[in-house]
Design a protein around this ligand. Sequence first.
Ligand code: NAP
Length: 274
Amino acid sequence: MSENSVFKDDLFEGKRVFITGGATGMGLGFAQAFLNHGAKVIIASRKEDKLEEAAAITKEKFGKELLWKTMDVRNNETVEEVANFIKSEWDELDILINNAAGNFVAPIASMSENAWRAVVDIVLDGTFRVSKACYPLLRKARSASIVNIIANYAWNAAPFVGHSGAAKAGVLNLTRTLALEWANDNIRVNALCPGVVLTENVKRNLMLDEDTAKTFEDYIPVGGITDSEKMAQQVLYLCSPAADVITGDMLIADGGQWLVGNAFYQMGKKFLDE
Ligand code: NAP
């Protein structure tokens, strides 16, 4: 079932997992990895057709049921509706992955306030809304884990993706705050910081073409541009009992990219020249 995984097939047997933005890209990779290790999974995002497609593909490929609900993390009512759905299905929640995000390349000088607000609303405010709505379900589980998906420009400059950088920086701080506030409930809260993962969205909005991808490659000391399956392994680790002494931390899984230089600066300059 999980042939490329280093983890036992039953590592998450019976665990209940909720993933925002789980119908595409990395979120879908996380969902399938948890299912293939025995968990039950609910995903939620805005587009019904994508959610349906994700469930159908997962059924066809792995023979597993992927539950889904439509939800816009910018709309608290829909977030509450999904939390109620989780409560009615499972009553409790063991794992929450705050993965939903929006991003596009734009220098601050030409960024509209709406564009800024949209990204901050999804990434930072959305993480707040979903975490808060799921808190009563998470604290009911004997031990729970939240993983917030950030990016390696969260603690550094984020040239040409400044809205996302500011929002992810906020999520990193929120990760550490919740790690302390919810420690007594035995809820661990960590962040995963992926490297460059060539999802459809990245191809469409950030990479633009193969040349730009090569520019990124030059800034990645080990592992190169990676994939959702590899990132899923990091999430599985953070949610596993092996990591039960880890909270308020971030796992930087970017092949050392952030140590080398700011690839977004190089890529963004190229984008502006075109
Ligand atoms: P992706 O495929 O575009 O996934 C983002 C998901 O978020 C989509 O399924 C989208 O579905 C959902 N979403 C967007 N706005 C939403 C909203 N308002 N409410 C609910 N769901 C919403 O992108 P990805 O590349 O897999 O990225 C996944 C995560 O990794 C993101 O947090 C991203 O910032 C982070 N990350 C990615 C990379 C990379 O190289 N790919 C690097 C570093 C960090 P709908 O549009 O249907 O709502």
